[in-house]
Design a protein around this ligand. Structure first.
Ligand SMILES: [Zn+2]
Length: 403
């Protein structure tokens, strides 16, 4: 049969139409699968249907982040606020600042994105680092980096140091000091009590055995160590503060036994004190003496090693019995000063270092820091201040606002 030209073209047209429609259909199908696949993956991660919808309304790149990261909690509650939907960053920021209100968190992150994000990326700050900096940085801190045109290469080494103060960054750079030395000597000169404490900092997590606590560096009044125990050692008759943190208590028991073998009889005068007990002692000293004298004799409430559960005032049976007046004169003291480091203790306030520690000679006060650190401090003839200046802070610090 002869096919007419017209019929031929119609068939061709139909055929080419089909040729176009099929790939389009396949493409549509693939796109459909792609979106559904994301939804399926989100469902596997544990997001409910409403949450899947919220995530899928975001940019593709961000959706990929949700697919690769762990599930974010509170996603639906974040969405109750009028926000720019940086749910992941809200969650991260909330973990850093658990006490902060949701609305404040959203405001911080949304402002960060609208005002600072692009400018900081242009200064070569990696996004992951910016997220880390949010642990301590205020929006003003980010603003400072931009205003001063400080790029990542210039600031990286300082920003990685615990306690770095953003608004001091220019001074650090100009000082040409090693980063740790620059941060500590410029922002915290009063680690060394030759310098007056101009600012008070809260030690956010004081659980480290090397925590430096003194004027300018305080712990919360409600901080109570979680592992307090009573060591199996004699106490002076009027001792009401018998507990120490477990590691310090165990170490002290060992030290007591070792001393006993040399016929030396140690005892505890005072160990863990609550904030309120420290305050009572502080108030009493301030009634008895002038302020300067009192400050050198007793720690300000919140800055006592006794509240850390790591400071202990030692005495000896011979002092309790009245054979000696002062522990510092006894053979027990002579032995402890030489041997305490082997058990993780240091003589915290040596007479030769009063100006540095800010505390008058206290031959009875020993501080647990752990064996390794005690050895370093003992062998270098250091104080805990020297150790901190060489090794840095053990944890995060927060500025305490002045009343
Ligand atoms: Zn003490």
């Amino acid at each position: 049969m002869k096919v007419s030209k017209r019929q031929y073209y119609q068939t061709q047209k139909k055929f080419s139409k089909t040729l176009i429609i099929i790939p389009i259909l396949i493409l549509c199908f693939c796109i459909l699968i792609f979106f559904q696949w994301n939804r399926i993956q989100l469902a596997i991660k544990g997001y409910n249907f409403a949450e899947q919808g919220m995530i899928l309304s975001l940019d593709d790149k961000i959706i990929q982040d949700y697919l690769t990261n762990e599930k974010i909690e509170n996603l639906e509650s974040w969405n109750q606020y009028n926000n720019d939907k940086h749910y992941q960053e809200y969650s991260i920021y909330q973990q850093y600042h658990p006490a902060m209100k949701q609305q404040e968190i959203i405001q911080y992150i949304d402002t960060f994105y609208s005002n600072y994000y692009e400018k900081l990326i242009a200064l070569h700050y990696p996004f992951e680092n910016l997220l880390k900096y949010m642990q301590t940085a205020s929006l003003n801190d980010f603003d400072y980096l931009i205003q001063q045109k400080l790029d990542y290469q210039q600031t990286e080494a300082y920003l990685s140091i615990q306690g770095c103060i953003y608004t001091d960054l220019k001074k650090y750079i100009e000082s040409s000091k090693e980063p740790l030395e620059a941060v500590l000597s410029i922002s915290y000169p009063f680690i060394d009590s030759h310098y007056k404490a101009t600012q008070n900092y809260l030690i956010v997590d004081p659980n480290s055995y090397a925590t430096l606590i003194k004027k300018g560096f305080q712990i919360a009044s409600d901080y109570v160590p979680k592992d307090l125990v009573t060591p199996n050692i004699p106490f002076s008759p009027d001792c009401d503060n018998k507990q120490l943190r477990k590691a310090a208590s165990d170490a002290l028991e060992q030290m007591y036994q070792a001393a006993l073998k040399k016929d030396l009889h140690l005892a505890i005068n005072s160990a863990y004190r609550t904030y309120q007990q420290q305050k009572a002692i502080y108030d009493e000293y301030h009634q008895k003496y002038d302020e300067v004298t009192a400050n050198g004799l007793v720690a300000i409430p919140g800055s006592s090693e006794h509240q850390l559960g790591l400071g202990v005032d030692l005495t000896s049976q011979s002092v309790i019995d009245g054979k000696w007046r002062f522990f510092g004169d006894t053979p027990e003291y002579q032995w402890v000063v030489k041997n305490a480091y082997q058990y993780g203790f240091i003589l915290r306030y040596p007479s030769s270092q009063s100006a540095l520690t800010g505390t008058a000679n206290e031959p009875w006060h020993f501080r647990y820091v752990g064996k390794d650190i005690a050895k370093i401090i003992y062998e270098n003839n250091w104080t805990l201040e020297d150790y901190t200046m060489h090794y840095g802070f053990t944890g995060q610090l927060e500025k305490i606002k002045k009343d």
